[in-house]
Design a protein around this ligand. Structure first.
Ligand SMILES: N[C@@H](CCC(=O)N[C@@H](CS)C(=O)NCC(=O)O)C(=O)O
Length: 198
């Protein structure tokens, strides 16, 4: 059975949401980061970064939340969490799937640390650019690809939920509030939130 290594109140949330959306049977393996369990030698074999989340599926193992989303959506196409490889929407899907770790996360860290980086050097441009681009992409909705919910909504929705709703590091905008509300209305999101609360 698929094993999801997770810790309460952490970036594990997106992968809990993913697994709850997938409908796949999975085992949650509590890896409480407040106890240092993420640095245990056996766990480092699953995720050499010593961070949660991580996933093991038979002989396959990986860390990085967005990669776990990509893995589950592709390995189990019956979950209908990704456009097929031959579908033209696949291109935008991949862009948005990785937008959260590549652009939203660093933009949040920049806001938090107030570190100035030239926009042409910063891989995410600037925080303003990241959230302007995202706002434009979400204005139509209901999901980042339009009518169809996908794993990209899990990475984007988790990032915005964290930055805008929970930690208020990013000022809310009508398109963000409406999108987060749609994410929160999903039963899988609600189940993940209650699991993630610990
Ligand atoms: N890039 C990783 C980040 C994972 C991460 O930062 N996890 C934190 C919890 S939110 C963690 O495990 N911290 C414990 C530690 O570093 O010891 C991902 O997206 O999965």
């Amino acid at each position: 059975m698929i094993k999801l290594y997770w810790s309460p109140r952490s970036r594990s949330f997106s992968t809990l949401w993913l697994m709850e959306e997938s409908g796949l049977p999975y085992e949650r393996v509590l890896t409480d980061i407040s106890t240092g369990a993420q640095k245990a030698p056996d766990y480092l074999k699953v995720n050499p970064m010593g961070k949660v989340p991580a996933l093991a599926d038979g002989d396959a193992a990986l860390g990085e939340a967005a990669a776990i989303c990509a893995y589950i959506a592709d390995r189990y196409p019956e979950t209908k969490l990704a456009p097929a490889v031959t579908d033209p929407r696949r291109a935008r899907y991949l862009q948005w799937l990785f937008f959260s770790p590549s652009c939203i996360e660093p933009a949040i860290i920049q806001i938090f640390t107030k570190i100035e980086v030239p926009t042409s050097t910063a891989a995410w441009g600037s925080a303003t650019q990241v959230f302007d681009v995202l706002e434009a992409a979400l204005e139509k909705g209901p999901w980042i690809l339009g009518e169809e919910f996908s794993a990209a909504d899990i990475t984007i929705g988790s990032g915005l939920n964290f930055a805008v709703r929970l930690f208020k590091m990013v000022p809310s905008r009508p398109a963000f509030d409406a999108y987060i509300a749609r994410c929160m209305a999903r039963p899988a999101f609600q189940r993940a939130e209650s699991i993630a609360a610990g």
